[in-house]
Design a binder for this molecule. Structure first.
Ligand code: AMP
Ligand code: MG
Length: 338
């Protein structure tokens, strides 16, 4: 089924539309990659060529980082039988950064959860609730990945899934490629990971809808330029068990079970997409209090937390750019540094 969608979208990727020369040129590309639909909109001179090059880069990175594609670098690494393996510079950097963020977030981000995610069926869509014993067995079978330069060694029983960081990293690589080609206005929507290059072609900010995690439509609008905004939500991939409980695709590495922290959506906004992506997942696991504490001890990003009671917390850096939707009846708390 995914294969079919991929082929369909690969075809639509060729259907670039470029405006006439009097207007700023605009090119749109839609592709299916990294398990999601991605859409790129690029403005300015050579828009069509720049958009096509960006799409080609996505396909290149996705061929490296797919966990299921047997020819990907990550797949080969996951099947390296405990032997050190040389990987590309991009893959080494993705793994190095993810491990560093794992440490920095006290283990809330953990790219070694793949065997546990598979057990829950999040990798195939064949969902089931594993028994506690099986989860602990898989959690304790994992070792610590080691990385020296571009050589990675995974102990036996350890498999990586970089899904929590890869799209943010891809956004950074694409934005850099577009900027160095002279692009000053582009919006990259990598399956909900938004990466804005500059503002809109008319000079105004991009307006981004923040999805209502429990309803239709948007709960708020965020204005941004030259930044990434990455959301992790329990509504993106989940199943309802026979016990009526919602089980989402973000796992708490401490328990090996879906995170149940009282948050249902976390958006992280900042200049570095990979940081935003790593943190959207990690802060979702941590929950509101720990996320607040983490934010107060570090800079470099803003965030929007939506809890299961329907209340919102934002950080002061985006106060002027954040607009709750009409009819929003919850509270909006603003986190400030004293
Ligand atoms: P994101 O949508 O960026 O929050 O990434 C979620 C994806 O990362 C999931 O679909 C899993 O493949 C993987 N994942 C789930 N829980 C974690 C975690 N605690 N740390 C790292 N990756 C995770
Ligand atoms: Mg993430």
């Amino acid at each position: 089924m995914f294969g079919f969608i991929r082929r369909l979208l690969a075809v639509s990727a060729v259907l670039l539309s470029a405006g006439c020369s009097a207007q700023p040129q605009e090119a749109r590309v839609t592709i299916y990659a990294m398990d999601t639909v991605m859409s790129l909109t690029v403005y300015g001179e050579n828009a069509a060529e720049n958009a096509a090059n960006a799409a080609a880069k996505i396909n290149e990175l996705s061929a490296l980082w797919s966990v299921t594609d047997e020819s990907s670098e990550l797949y080969r690494l996951n099947h390296s039988g405990g032997m050190p393996m040389e990987v590309s510079a991009e893959t080494a950097e993705l793994i190095r950064f993810s491990l560093e963020m794992g440490e920095d977030t006290g283990g809330a981000l953990d790219i070694t959860l793949y065997p546990v995610l598979r057990e829950w069926g999040f990798t195939t869509g064949e969902y089931r609730i594993p028994d506690e014993e099986r989860i602990s067995e898989l959690l304790s079978a994992r070792g610590t990945p080691e990385i020296y330069g571009s050589t990675v060694a995974l102990p036996e029983g350890t498999e990586l899934d970089t899904g929590a960081v890869a799209k943010g990293c891809t956004g950074d690589i694409l934005a850099e490629q577009l900027r160095s080609a002279g692009v000053t206005s582009a919006l990259l929507d990598l399956g909900g990971n938004i990466h804005a290059v500059g503002g809109r072609a008319d000079g105004s900010d991009w307006r981004l809808g923040i999805k209502d995690p429990r309803g239709e439509g948007n709960i708020a609008v965020l204005e941004l330029r030259d930044k990434a905004a990455v959301t992790s939500g329990d509504y993106e991939r989940y199943f309802i068990g026979e016990d009526g409980v919602r089980y989402c695709h973000i796992l708490d590495p401490k328990t090996g079970r879906p995170a149940d922290s009282g948050l249902c959506s976390v958006t992280v906004i900042g200049e570095e997409g990979r940081l935003c992506d790593a943190l959207s997942t990690a802060l979702f696991v941590m929950g509101k209090d720990a996320a607040k504490e983490y934010r107060l001890s570090r800079g470099g990003f803003d965030m929007i937390l939506i809890d299961t009671d329907g209340n919102i917390l934002i950080t002061e850096g985006i106060e002027e750019d954040f607009f709750p939707a009409e009819g929003f009846s919850g509270e909006v708390e603003v986190l400030r540094r004293q």
